[in-house]
Design a protein. Structure first.
Length: 159
């Protein structure tokens, strides 16, 4: 086998395994218009009573994605302060913020959390994704987190 043919074969195998790594489906919350991609094989949990979003559990039950929306209820600075703060037991290791979005990530025990929120509907609605997974499997989840976070969208039309 020539070097060229071997390189083509290796490229084809790598491309095939990367392409089949995740297949995505779009989820859209009707109440708030929040939308994001989630892996096809992840189990969608029943909706909460207020229908603000959904939890998706990984096939092995070790990770979860939450796609949700909520109304803005505080001042802009207070909202960003709450969304940018640590929850009970969390240590923030990464935080970035723009005019209408915020990202926070860190650890809670042996788990990594990642939260991204963006404003829509004239800054009256938060659209959010939240992911949590084992820290020991960070490399496994890096591309998944990037895809889900990058797919987050707000409402097309505001009510």
């Amino acid at each position: 086998m020539t070097v060229h043919r071997a390189a083509l074969l290796a490229f084809a195998l790598i491309s095939a395994s990367s392409a089949s790594a995740e297949t995505w489906r779009a989820y859209r919350n009707e109440r708030f218009g929040t939308a994001a991609d989630v892996p096809v094989g992840w189990r969608m949990e029943p909706p909460p009573e207020n229908d603000d979003g959904r939890v998706f559990a990984s096939p092995d039950g070790q990770a979860e994605i939450i796609v949700s929306g909520s109304h803005v209820v505080l001042s802009r600075d207070e909202e960003f302060g709450v969304r940018g703060g640590a929850l009970d037991g969390e240590t923030i290791r990464y935080k970035r913020q723009g005019r209408d979005w915020i990202v926070v990530s860190g650890v809670k025990g042996e788990r990594i959390f990642y939260r991204k929120s963006l404003l829509s509907c004239g800054d009256t609605v938060w659209n959010s994704v939240s992911l949590e997974y084992p820290a020991a499997e960070k490399k496994k989840y890096d591309a998944l987190v990037a895809h889900v976070a990058g797919s987050l969208r707000g409402a097309d039309k505001c009510r």
